[in-house]
Design a protein around this ligand. Sequence first.
Ligand code: SF4
Ligand code: SF4
Length: 452
Amino acid sequence: MDRRSGVIGYVDDRTGERLNFTLPLSTRIGPVMVETVSRVSAQNMNDILELTTHCIRCGFCLESCPTFVTTANEIESPRGRIYLVRSAVEGLLDWQKDVRPHIELCLGCRACETACPSGVEYGRILEGAKEKLEQDRPQFSKLALLNATTRPSTLKAQLAMGKLLPGKRIPTPISMLLSKQKPEVDQPTPQKLSPLPPLIHSQLKPVQGQVYLLEGCAMRVLFPRVHEATRRLLRRIGYEVLETAQGCCGAMHAHNGYIDTTKSVGRELLIAMSREIPVIVNSAGCGSTMKDYGNILEDTAGATKFAKRTFDASEFLFANGLMEELASASGLPVTATYHDACHLAHGQKITSQPRELIQAIPRLTYVPLQEADMCCGSAGVYNVLQPKMARSLVERKYANIEETGARIVATGNPGCHAWIAQAAQEHGKKISVLHTMELLEAAFCGLEPFMN
Ligand code: SF4
Ligand code: SF4
């Protein structure tokens, strides 16, 4: 590091090019040491440091990174962020001044993990860095947003209040407080529940087992129809949902640096779903975190075993007979495409099962989507916290969807669902957005109940 100019640099192993980051002159330059001042332990800092050493700076991840593709700036790339985090752990950079802005612009989409030939666990580096940033300097407005979004009763009260506010967007003063930018996201609106035709049980497979279904926090308030479609599909393959009182899984808190909250709500979920039966999840972000409970909860109370019996709904339906059931469905004479939710494609490596299920719908024409696994910019509460970048990414996503000529786009995560649906509304609603579960259930009972 050049102390006078504030330039830090390294050589790109692939191209031989020297890459420089120019940092503020006020950057604190400390000894190479692990900081222990925060509640993030030295052990955790050493773990982060170790994870960063796996990066060989080859640059294969760059073109997969939405923020690098948008800004063409090395410091907004996975390689750049890993280098910043490593330098901060070593005491060469200031966490808050030098690292925070670039970590906050990261979507946490983990496309870089999929692209990385060295197996760098970027998601763990990111969560560790966010935890360090938030514990050293908590962002109380962000914490309030997370708490409001992940408590169903608070979210319902907000929705009621939202109806009294003028305009569709979240209020500008709130957006300015959270992001210092004008809002791009509309106030959330719950799905309307249209009655679905009753299932004729005499025509269904006999019940062969029970499963839990994660109802989630925002999901149960905003997307009740997706849960209904999932329950019906599970019943079609012979599984009943065992109802249980349950709360949030803690995914949003984990993705934003509040791991302690994830630990405590995760342990409650383990108790609520203690029977040794599969746990079905239809929200990609939640499923990705729950499959990592072994790490996050440090395997207390059998977290690893719980993680192993957690399945994305598309993964479970595919493995347990829905392909065969679809063969006798009435089907849908529509053209459809599929957008990969990041935490399904990159977090859980589930890409083929939802596509195969959709393509098995009789009479449906499937068209592939360009850049299907590039983030749409929703990313939990990212579109509230980083509205400009989120807007740029959703416009890119929508243009690709339009290009397919599809009438329906399916996806497996509530955040992508709502954000792309907002873009569709703004572009004249020529395209409908459905959760994969809704599209699959529509193959049996028709599209109409799912189209409002
Ligand atoms: S994160 Fe992986 S792909 Fe990206 S530069 Fe490092 S080693 Fe290469
Ligand atoms: S998580 Fe996504 S936005 Fe963040 S560095 Fe990786 S690819 Fe880029």
